[in-house]
Design a protein around this ligand. Structure first.
Ligand SMILES: O=C(O)CCC(=O)C(=O)O
Ligand SMILES: [Fe+2]
Length: 227
């Protein structure tokens, strides 16, 4: 249940910053031949193949297994069963994790201070992440807190780390796009539209894994310095 409370932050908080960041990242990705733009007029969505080597995927999976615990959710607004995977922040001071984080920073060209720490996720059969936006919704219990520590989420990056035996696609439910988990691939999307307004069409889901397991990591960027 969502309780609307008065906030000192406007619904479109950080719009101007999101617009500026969007333009900056768009230009940088367009200049990079390793970046594939997934065709859509509604969401700026990109993929990079072989972003992670097989050895790096294996190492990240090891770290996720070591830290995985039931997913933290913004509990008041996320009903139980919404996200049933396991997740955890992998050690941000681990040199390997730092190296991968810097690679993502460099790909996007966003100020590294805007980046959240890398979060790992593991799905076992039956586990999923139901349709949601990664950007924060005004009026939620966590809105003011998140606005005070970096503001709106600008870009999402998400890497597939293993071959999934069954299920586990990442679906953009408003776009009719289903992306097969392919180890080493990094997905990138802008959570805002080019005008800087948060984009409703970025609705996406991690579909239930039906066989095997699915490992990913996500790294989100804010509109401002994240603390
Ligand atoms: O597992 C997926 O494919 C999606 C994960 C996701 O949406 C998230 O972590 O925010
Ligand atoms: Fe998400």
């Amino acid at each position: 249940m969502t309780t609307k409370t008065k906030s000192k932050y406007p619904d479109n908080a950080d719009q101007a910053l999101l617009k500026k960041l969007g333009a900056q990242v768009r230009e940088r990705l367009a200049a990079n031949p390793a970046v594939y733009k997934v065709p859509s007029d509604e969401v700026e969505l990109f993929a990079v193949g072989d972003f992670m080597t097989p050895a790096e995927c294996a190492k990240m999976i090891e770290l996720i297994d070591a830290t995985a615990k039931p997913s933290k959710v913004f509990d008041v607004d996320y009903s139980s069963g919404y996200r049933t995977s396991y997740s955890g922040d992998v050690d941000p001071y681990d040199p390997f994790v730092k190296k991968i984080g810097r690679r993502v920073d460099d790909l996007l060209g966003i100020d590294p201070r805007f980046g959240e720490t890398i979060q790992g996720q593991r799905y076992m059969p039956g586990q999923e992440f139901q349709p949601h936006h990664d950007w924060f919704h005004p009026g939620t219990s966590y809105w003011d807190y998140e606005m005070s520590r970096g503001g709106q989420r600008s870009f999402t990056t998400m890497a597939f780390l293993n071959e999934v035996e069954g299920g586990g696609t990442t679906d953009f439910t408003e776009l009719g796009i289903a992306l097969e988990p392919k180890p080493g691939v990094l997905l990138i999307w802008n959570n805002a539209r080019p005008d800087g307004i948060t984009n409703l069409k970025t609705m996406h889901a991690g579909r239930p894994v039906t066989a095997g397991s699915k490992y990913i990591f996500t790294k989100w960027y804010r509109a401002r310095e994240w603390r």
